[in-house]
Design a binder for this molecule. Structure first.
Ligand code: AMP
Ligand code: MG
Length: 542
C-alpha cells in the first residue's frame, strides 16, 4: 500500500478555516469546532463546525514523499530509476533527443534481415533507431534503450532515418497500453518533438507532404528479432550465428543450460510456444500488429515495432489495420498462421546448427504450434467469458459468440466488457440495459437467446462460483478502454498543433484499462467510434 497525498497543502484543516473565515461564512475558530475525526455534538450548519480525518489510513501506511500531483511515468521511475523531475532538465532533453551521449554509451545500429509479406527482403537493419546502451536497474533487470527516429544509420537505405510525430505518438501510447493490458511488449519512456520537417507520401499516391518529426526513447529486454538470425544464415556467417544465439540464450533464457547440446532446440521450442502465446494474447484484445514480417517478430516474443497496428472495433476476422496491405496478408484472422510461417523461417535460420535428429525434433515442435496456439486461445477466451473448469463444448460456445458478433458487427471489446458487467438474471430475462450497446447489437441476432441459454447453463457448472465473483473476475480481464484508432488519431491531430492534452489523457486512462474512469467516459472512450472516424486510414508510412 502506498498512499499519495494529492491535495494542495492549503486544503489542510487550518487553511480551510482561514478560507471560510475570509468569506465571512464562519465564526472565528472557537471551541465548538470538533477535533478532526470526531463527531460534532449536533448537526453542523456550517462546514467549519465539521471535520474529517485521514489518520486511520495515513498512520499505518507509508506516505508518498512526492507532494505534487502529476501522472506517473512508470518507465522513467520504476525501470530507469529516474526521478520524474528529470524531465525538466536540459540534460534529459538533450539525451532523449539524441544530442547528448551519456557516459558509457556507444550508439549502435543493428544489422538484420527479414521476410516481408512472405518474401525474403535481404538486408534491412536499424534504419532509424539507435541502440544507445543497456541499463541495469535497481532490480537487476537489464534493459536495452533505443532512440527511434534519431537519424540515419548505415542501414537507412533510401530512408531519412526519421520518424513522424503521428507514428511516434501511436507507438508511445500503444506500447504502454499493451503493457497495462498485460501483453508482453517493448515500453516507451519519452517522446520528443523535433523542429525538423519530415517529408512523407502518406498514402503512396504522389502527394508528398511536410510533417512533424519526433523521437521516442523505447526500451526492451532485447531488440533481437527472427531477422537478426536469418541474415547470418543467408550470408553464411555461421560462426557469428552460433555466437549470437549463445549470447541470446545466456542473457535471456536462464532456464536453458549453456552446456546442453540441445540448447538450440530448447531455444526454438520456447520461442515457438511464447510466440503462440503472444499471438493468442493479441487476439484476446482484438489487436492486429499490421506488419508481421520476420524483422518485426521478437526472439523474446514481445510485441515490437508498432506501425500501422489497429485494435478492431466491430468483430471482423478480416480486419486489416494497414491500408498498404492490399492482399490482406496480415489481417487479424491470419496472425496465427503468419506466426507459424515466421517460426518456420526461424527454423530455417537455425538449421545449420542442428544435427539431423535435432532437425527432425524441431519440425515436430513446429507441428505442435497450431495445437498449442488453440489451447492458449481457448484458455484466454474462457477466462474472458468467466468459465471455470473444463467442458467439451467450450470451444463451440466461444466460436458461436464470435460468429454472432461477426454477423451483428457488435463491438468486440465492449461485448466482453458488458458481459462482465451484466448480471446473470438480466441475461436470463434478456433484459439488456440500453447503455449496453454492444449487447444490444448482439441481441438483434436470431440465435442470441440460444447462445445466452447455453452460456448461462455453462456458468451454472462453474464450481464454487457466484455471479458476483464471476463479474469481478471478468472485469479484471476484459478492458473497458483500448487504444482505438480514432482515439489515437484525435490525440495525434491535437499533438500536431502542440496540444498534448489528449496524449496525456490517453496515457493516464490506458494505465488502468480495466477500471471505469469518468474522464474516459466523458471523452467517449468506451463508445463505438464516432462517425468521422469511419474512413480513417493508417498506412505503412511513418
Ligand atoms: P518497419 O516497417 O518500420 O519495421 O521498417 C522496415 C525497415 O525499414 C527497417 O529496417 C527500418 O529501419 C527501415 N526504415 C523504415 N523507415 C525508415 C526511415 N524513415 N529511414 C530509414 N530506415 C527506415
Ligand atoms: Mg521494423
Amino acid at each position: 500500500m502506498w498512499w499519495r497525498r494529492w491535495l494542495p497543502a492549503c486544503l489542510a484543516w487550518g487553511c480551510a478555516a482561514a478560507l471560510c473565515g475570509s468569506r465571512g461564512l464562519c465564526p472565528a475558530p472557537n471551541a465548538s469546532r470538533p477535533e478532526p475525526g470526531q463527531c460534532p455534538r449536533r448537526r453542523a450548519a456550517e462546514l467549519c463546525a465539521w471535520a474529517l480525518s485521514s489518520d486511520s489510513l495515513l498512520d499505518p501506511f507509508p506516505v508518498d514523499v512526492i507532494q505534487e500531483n502529476y501522472v506517473r511515468n512508470d518507465v522513467l521511475e520504476n525501470i530507469l530509476d529516474l526521478d520524474v523531475s528529470v524531465k525538466g532538465s536540459s540534460d534529459f532533453l538533450e539525451f532523449v533527443s539524441g544530442a547528448k551521449v551519456i557516459f558509457g554509451s556507444v550508439p549502435l545500429a543493428h544489422r538484420y534481415g527479414g521476410h516481408q509479406f512472405g518474401s525474403w527482403a535481404g538486408q534491412l537493419g536499424d534504419g532509424r533507431a539507435h541502440l544507445i546502451g543497456v541499463y541495469t536497474n535497481r532490480h537487476g533487470e537489464r534493459w536495452e534503450l533505443q532512440l527511434k527516429g534519431s537519424g540515419k544509420t548505415p542501414y537507412s537505405r533510401n530512408g531519412d532515418g526519421r520518424a513522424l510525430l503521428r507514428s511516434s505518438v501511436r507507438e508511445f501510447l500503444c506500447s504502454e497500453a499493451m503493457h497495462y493490458l498485460g501483453i508482453p511488449t517493448s515500453r516507451a519512456a519519452s517522446l520528443i518533438v523535433s523542429d525538423d520537417d519530415v517529408w512523407r507520401d502518406q498514402f503512396y499516391n504522389g502527394n508528398i507532404k511536410k510533417e512533424r518529426g519526433a523521437i521516442v526513447l523505447r526500451l526492451a529486454k532485447s531488440w533481437f528479432r527472427i531477422g537478426s538470425l536469418e541474415i547470418l544464415t543467408h550470408s553464411g556467417e555461421l560462426d557469428l550465428l552460433r555466437r549470437l544465439l549463445d549470447f541470446i540464450i545466456q542473457e535471456h533464457f536462464p532456464s536453458i543450460a549453456m552446456n546442453d547440446s540441445n540448447r538450440y532446440l530448447e531455444f526454438f521450442s520456447t520461442v515457438v510456444s511464447e510466440t503462440a502465446n503472444l499471438i493468442a494474447m493479441w487476439m484476446s484484445v482484438g489487436f492486429a500488429h499490421g506488419v508481421c514480417n520476420t524483422d518485426n517478430f521478437s526472439l523474446l516474443s514481445i510485441t515490437i515495432d508498432y506501425g500501422p497496428f489497429g485494435f478492431m472495433d466491430s468483430y471482423d476476422p478480416n480486419f486489416v489495420p494497414n491500408t498498404s496491405d492490399d492482399e490482406r496478408k496480415y489481417k487479424i484472422g491470419n496472425q496465427a498462421s503468419v506466426g507459424l510461417f515466421n517460426l518456420s523461417k526461424l527454423l530455417q535460420a537455425l538449421k545449420p546448427l542442428l544435427d539431423p535428429r535435432q532437425n527432425q525434433l524441431a519440425s515436430q515442435i513446429l507441428e505442435g504450434y497450431g495445437e498449442y496456439y488453440y489451447s492458449r486461445f481457448t484458455e484466454l477466451f474462457k477466462t474472458k467469458l468467466g468459465l471455470l473448469g473444463e467442458n467439451e463444448n467450450d470451444n463451440f460456445l466461444i466460436a458461436f459468440l464470435l460468429k454472432i458478433m461477426e454477423d451483428t458487427k457488435a463491438d468486440f471489446t465492449m461485448t466482453f466488457r458488458e458481459l462482465s458487467e451484466i448480471t446473470a438474471d438480466q441475461l436470463k430475462e434478456l433484459s439488456i440495459p440500453e447503455e449496453f450497446r454492444a449487447l444490444q447489437d448482439l441481441g438483434k441476432h436470431k440465435l442470441f437467446s440460444e447462445w445466452v441459454t447455453m452460456y448461462l447453463l455453462r456458468l451454472n457448472s462453474n464450481k464454487g462460483d457466484s455471479d458476483t465473483k464471476r463479474r469481478t473476475r471478468m472485469t479484471t480481464v476484459n478492458p473497458r478502454y483500448i487504444l482505438r484508432n480514432w482515439m489515437a488519431e484525435s490525440a495525434v491531430q491535437k499533438a500536431n498543433l502542440n496540444d498534448f492534452s489528449e496524449v496525456q489523457l490517453l496515457e493516464q486512462v490506458l494505465q488502468h484499462p480495466f477500471q471505469r474512469q469518468e474522464a474516459a467516459e466523458r471523452a467517449g472512450y468506451s463508445l463505438h467510434p464516432p462517425a468521422w472516424a469511419k474512413h480513417l486510414k493508417v498506412s505503412c508510412s511513418s
